[in-house]
Each structure stands twice: as structure tokens, then as C-alpha cells.
Design a protein around this ligand. Structure first.
Ligand SMILES: Nc1ncnc2c1ncn2[C@@H]1O[C@H](COP(=O)(O)OP(=O)(O)OP(=O)(O)O)[C@@H](O)[C@H]1O
Ligand SMILES: [Mg+2]
Length: 292
């Protein structure tokens, strides 16, 4: 899926009590663990998910009692080991995977009254339509989201240029490298100008220079359009550089074992000593839990 309408809560939905608490004191290490007051965009409450085990006789728990809130306009990352259930969680939020217990709520944006939030999704693999040109892949989602045709040329040109693919409009996905295909997928998700952007390791298959440029571009988008971004990554350095909050997940079953608020002021630089120091501390903590 490239863009989808969320399941929307009543416009009057209040921020859960948890979020009404005052923001905690910043720790000297640029992280704190207290939640800050915010208006929610996504509320995941006690979600549990089981899959059928190979053989189909028994079910195993992938997500165990997961609760998290992504505030409107926040950049929130989920970091966890391979196979812990990160993609499953994003698919549940996008409405393309079921769950067993709990609730998932997509809230309408305060500024947009009753309008349903537009959700863009950059999957872990590009999932392009190989029989359509690059441009038509983007048109496909613009049409699905009822974006007026008059805006299509600009949205295609702007977003392909941003991911470094100007001039590739008439090319077909199978003529592009894997990294180029992933960049088309990123352009496609951004073209709908989403209120909520779900990104599943979007830069992990890109070369370091392109990935770095796109992280800065994402920061620009965050400043200008203020979408809510839920971002999955294995890369703690990337998570610290980009995020307002990081949720760290363990595996089998997945639980959130640490929540970190990043207090490093923006604009940030990946090489900033505070980013590097925090990454180092979180990495140590991450390994102490997932390797235990
Ligand atoms: N449709 C399915 N049926 C059965 N098991 C599944 C299904 N989809 C995922 N799983 C299992 O659920 C677990 C979590 O998968 P998921 O893809 O969410 O992990 P992930 O955290 O995104 O991993 P990675 O970082 O490698 O992408 C894995 O054990 C996977 O094998
Ligand atoms: Mg995954």
C-alpha cells in the first residue's frame, strides 16, 4: 500500500491521561524518559498480535501488550532486532494486518478539522508496480488519494527531484537499481503530502551519501509540512539524529523496554557529539537487553 485512509477517532478525542503529565527534566545526556504533553496522531493501546507458527497448529506471540502514542507532528522511531515485529506493527497501523487484542486509533489532525488523515507508507521493500512507469506509479497513489490532477506534474517533479531521480519519469522500475526503486517508493509516499508517514527502514538499502541527503531532506519536510512520522530502523545513530522519541523493542515476544525523548535541539548534525554520545549509550543498553 502506498497511501491509505486511517481509522479515525472522534475529533473530540482527548490526549490520553498519560500524555497530560508534564515533561520531565532533561538528563544531561540529552535524553529523558518522561512523556511530554502532546496531541496524539496515533494511539496504540495494549496491542497483541499472534501469527500461526510453521505447520499451522499453534500460534506464537509477536507483539505483546504494545502501547505507544505518536504525537501530532512528532518524529518517532522504533528500534528493535530483526524479526521482533516492527513491520508487523506498521502494517497494523496502516490497517493491512489484523491484530488480536487492543486498539489502534488514528486521530484527525487538529488543524484539519474532520478530514481523514492521509497516511503514506514506505515499505521495507519498494513494492512498485513494475508494469507502470515511475511517473505512473506516483499517479496511481495520487489518484487513489483524490489529489487533483492539476497538481500531479508538480508533485511528481518535486518529489523525484528530491530523491535524486529527476529525468526518470518515463523509466520502468525493473530498469532501475534496488536503491533507485526504493527512492521512487519514498517519492511516491511523499507525493501525497501525507499527514502521517510510516517508514520501514527506508534508507537501509541506500548508499551512505544518498541516505544522508535523504535524512536531511526528511528533516526539511518535517520543518515545513509537519507530518507525523513513525520510522522503523536498525540504525540507532539515524534514530537519534532524526527523532523526537525512540521506542526500543525487545524480541520474542516484542515489548517496548525503553522509551527515550531526544532533547538535542534542531537542526542537528549526525556528527554532533551529543548525537554520537547518546547513540553510544543507547547501543550499550540495547545490546544488554537483546543479547541477555
Ligand atoms: N504473515 C505471517 N505469518 C506468520 N508469521 C509471520 C508473518 N509475518 C511475519 N511473521 C513473523 O513475525 C515475526 C515478526 O516479523 P516482522 O516482519 O514484523 O519483523 P521485523 O521486526 O520487521 O524484522 P526485520 O527487522 O527483519 O524487518 C517474525 O518472526 C516473522 O517470521
Ligand atoms: Mg521489517
Amino acid at each position: 500500500m502506498w497511501g491509505c485512509k486511517g481509522r479515525v477517532a472522534a475529533p473530540s478525542a482527548l490526549p490520553p491521561a498519560e500524555l497530560q503529565r508534564a515533561k520531565g527534566q532533561s538528563a544531561p545526556s540529552q535524553q529523558s524518559t518522561e512523556p511530554e504533553a502532546t496531541v496524539p496522531a496515533i494511539t496504540i493501546d495494549k496491542v497483541t498480535k499472534r501469527f500461526l507458527a510453521p505447520g499451522g497448529q499453534t500460534r506464537f506471540i509477536v507483539l505483546d501488550d504494545i502501547s505507544l502514542i505518536v504525537g501530532d507532528g512528532e518524529f518517532v522511531s522504533i528500534v528493535g532486532p530483526s524479526g521482533c515485529g516492527k513491520s508487523t506493527l506498521l502494517n497494523i497501523i496502516a490497517g493491512i494486518e489484523s491484530y488480536d487484542t487492543g486498539t489502534v486509533t488514528i486521530h484527525p489532525r487538529v488543524a484539519a478539522a474532520n478530514a481523514q488523515p492521509r497516511i503514506g507508507y514506505v515499505f521495507q521493500s519498494p513494492r512498485l508496480l513494475n508494469w507502470l512507469t515511475v511517473e505512473k506509479n506516483i499517479h496511481f497513489v495520487l489518484e487513489a488519494q483524490n489529489v487533483p490532477r492539476s497538481k500531479w506534474p508538480d508533485l511528481v517533479a518535486k518529489n523525484l527531484a528530491m530523491v535524486g531521480l529527476a529525468g526518470q519519469e518515463r523509466n520502468y522500475p525493473l530498469n532501475l537499481s534496488g536503491g533507485m526503486q526504493q527512492r521512487v517508493a519514498i517519492a511516491r509516499a511523499l507525493a501525497i503530502e501525507p499527514d502521517i508517514l510510516l517508514m520501514d527502514e527506508p534508507f537501509s538499502h541506500l548508499d551512505a551519501i544518498t541516505a544522508r541527503k535523504l535524512r536531511f531532506d526528511l528533516m526539511d519536510i518535517l520543518q515545513r509540512a509537519k507530518p507525523t512520522i513513525l520510522f522503523v530502523t536498525h540504525d540507532l545513530s539515524e534514530a537519534v539524529f532524526l527523532s523526537n522519541k525512540i521506542h526500543m523493542m525487545s524480541t520474542r515476544p516484542a515489548r517496548i523496554f525503553k522509551r527515550v525523548m531526544i532533547d538535542i535541539p534542531r537542526p542537528r548534525q549526525p556528527e554532533d557529539a551529543r548525537v554520537v554520545e547518546l547513540e553510544k549509550n543507547l547501543l550499550r543498553e540495547f545490546f544488554s537487553v537483546v543479547e541477555a
